[in-house]
Design a protein around this ligand. Sequence first.
Ligand code: HEM
Length: 354
Amino acid sequence: MQKSKNLVKHLVLFSMVDKRRMPSSSSRILAAALAIFMACIFLPVSHAQLSSSFYDDSCPGLSEIVLTVVMQAQILDPRMPASLIRLHFHDCFVDGCDGSVLLDDSEDIVSEKSANPNKNSARGFDVIDDIKSAVEAVCPGVVSCADILALAAEASVSLSGGPSWDVQLGRRDGTTANKDGANNNLPSPFDALDTLQSKFAAVGLNDVDLVTLSGAHTFGRAQCKFFSSRLYNFSGTESPDPSLNPSYLMELEENCPNGGDGTTLNDLDPTTPDAFDGNYFFNLVNGQGLLQSDQELYSDSSASTTATIVDSYANNEDSFFDNFAVSMINMGSISPLTGSDGEVRTNCRQVNES
Ligand code: HEM
């Protein structure tokens, strides 16, 4: 966002300077171009209802509480930051960022936790409970679980060496879950590139967001079952995925023997497994993307747009970090409940009793 603001400032300055030298029709054209440019930047995902200062008066110190609990969790389990950012992603792609992923089964709720992308896979719910308890102790009934997920995601990235950003806040919690939505809307590691692109487009995210947010696979783990077909029978060929780096293929075959139970964990980034850095993109260029959905951003025959973005990040970690902050804000802005919609849950696992 800071980048966009700078660009806009640049254009505004440019148009002001040029007005003095240009005939009035040219300056009108420039002004119109500027208006269209600004509309393009700000229209696709509107952040208007969320604000980074939302809890400044009602819960000062909120970010520090979240940071402290995430830091403690990271000490106990270095994988936890990765698991926490994934929860925010799995929340936002299903009916918007409304904390629905946190709801347990109940009489009225069919939990998203039992949907395929989450079952025996999504984790970190206890840490979100710990954050919620710590926050409730100082500002009861004020901070939504959906906002806690967004804050925990930012804390997780910054504590792992990645960028920081001003988290936009003011989301309210939903009162329903959508298991079918979790099964259908969340991308699968076996999706073709155009399916990934359309699942992101369905929530207002473009190719830059897709590639940038996939960079979150720079930390955390994945179970063998999510990629072992690439090792032994890629697309029914009974051969490995040709885009896999041969020595990486051997390493993965050792860790995930054919016919194994599929639950063994593998580092998503074999170089720096718990650090948030730009190595993910370097890995893709070297044929070391773990999931098919990772590698095809670079190697698929229709990947020219996404491959260009991968190349640019492989050569420039700063630009990945800057764009990651922007894309996280974009993802966190998917259909939030605001104002008096929804509620602020007191327990993230269940809707409030009426
Ligand atoms: C582009 C489509 C995506 C697909 C197909 C995908 C799929 C997956 C899969 C299959 C796993 C391994 C789960 C397991 O083994 O239990 C995983 C892990 C992970 N994903 Fe994604 N993902 C995608 C995008 C994202 C995004 C947008 C983020 C966050 C912004 C993200 C963050 C993570 C993280 C951090 C992990 C490791 C979690 C842990 O260690 O607990 N992913 N993803």
